[in-house]
Design a protein around this ligand. Structure first.
Ligand SMILES: Cc1cc2nc3c(=O)[nH]c(=O)nc-3n(C[C@H](O)[C@H](O)[C@H](O)COP(=O)(O)OP(=O)(O)OC[C@H]3O[C@@H](n4cnc5c(N)ncnc54)[C@H](O)[C@@H]3O)c2cc1C
Length: 305
């Protein structure tokens, strides 16, 4: 379903992010998670896109499987990294044929093996260029929906580490919206003040599309360390760190603290009329289910057995 129709239903969107599994075991775990979370009838689910190589095909496979075997509405991520125009065109053609309604258009993380990666060789240098291309593809009538793909882009409430100039950064974000993006999904954040301020700064910059807040509960100390690395620049407020320190090395307590903290964030976001909340699930369902329960968001229908 086109993202504009999803928003038109009213109320905040609630959605989940998955990544394509690389092993049979991880695949089994993901499908268990999916069957548990499908019952919550999320507004959509999104599927991440690897930095290069064979993992990229897995995104397509997972999107098609979700679309054909579940009631979920998958939104594939697509990035500029290591792609020529012809690659992007054939990916879009396949998604259009399969009736995929939306794409999250991203700059993309560079591949791990930086030696062989030359950014200048990418056909699209910034996500804004990719948005423009998807829009052109859409208006050429290649998509079953006459509006073409709905397009999402990334936003960074705490600022993106590659652009220290926070004024220019808003211009770059505005360029993505002007190129045709319909909505923004944010990077994870732990201080809602950052999100509220980002939303205000967007409005001041003339950005008036819905902004979906990205939430990732801390579920383990190791996970938090990985998160700090992957979402480089993410701030971990003292309030969260203090509570985690109290939990010490008791894994259950750490998880409870992380889930409680994320629940408070979600509760505040809902009270402030957030357009949507996107849960970075890491392919697990427990934390999301706990947050839903604490917020009084009931499961829409019982999980299939
Ligand atoms: C919700 C979300 C989902 C993500 N999913 C994935 C994924 O599936 N796969 C993946 O590889 N990565 C993913 N990422 C990470 C993301 O691709 C990286 O953080 C990337 O560095 C930034 O992506 P972007 O789309 O904001 O890129 P861009 O908008 O291209 O911005 C990249 C940098 O360039 C700057 N910039 C933009 N325009 C200009 C300009 N005209 N001149 C100079 N500088 C400019 C921006 O300020 C920013 O610092 C995701 C991030 C988010 C928030």
């Amino acid at each position: 379903m086109h993202i504009q129709d999803i928003f038109a239903k009213g109320g905040p969107t609630l959605s989940f992010e998955f990544f394509p599994p690389k092993t049979a075991e991880a695949s089994e775990a993901l499908y268990e998670t999916i069957s548990e979370l499908e019952a919550y009838e999320p507004s959509f689910v999104s599927v991440t896109y690897g930095a290069g190589g064979s993992t990229r095909e897995l995104t397509h496979d997972l999107v098609v499987r979700l679309k054909t075997t579940t009631s979920l509405d998958p939104i594939p991520h697509l990035t500029c990294v290591c792609h020529q125009e012809s690659d992007i065109s054939s990916i879009l053609e396949r998604y259009a044929e399969e009736g995929v309604g939306n794409i999250l258009a991203l700059g993309g993380d560079p591949p791990r093996d930086l030696r062989s990666y030359v950014k200048a060789n990418d056909a699209f240098q910034q996500a804004a260029d990719l948005v423009r291309y998807i829009k052109r593809f859409s208006v050429s009538g290649n998509h079953p929906d006459r509006r073409g793909f709905g397009i999402g882009v990334a936003g960074f409430p705490e600022g993106h580490p590659a652009t220290p100039n926070r004024l220019k950064e808003m211009d770059y974000l505005k360029a993505k919206i002007d190129a045709g993006a319909d909505y923004i999904v944010t990077q994870l954040f732990f201080s809602n003040d950052d999100f509220h301020d980002f939303r205000d700064r967007c409005a001041l910059s003339g950005i008036h599309v819905p902004i979906i807040a990205g939430i990732m509960p801390v579920t383990s100390t190791k996970g938090m360390e990985r998160m700090a690395d992957l979402a480089a620049g993410a701030r971990f407020p003292a309030k969260l760190l203090r509570a985690l320190r109290r939990a010490g090395d008791d894994a259950d307590s750490v998880e409870k603290v992380g889930i409680h903290y994320a629940t408070e964030q979600c509760s505040d976001l809902l009270a402030h009329d957030v357009a949507g909340i996107h849960f970075y699930t890491l392919n697990k369902s427990h934390a999301t289910r706990e947050i839903y329960a604490s917020l009084g968001l009931r499961v829409a229908r019982p999980a299939a057995v």
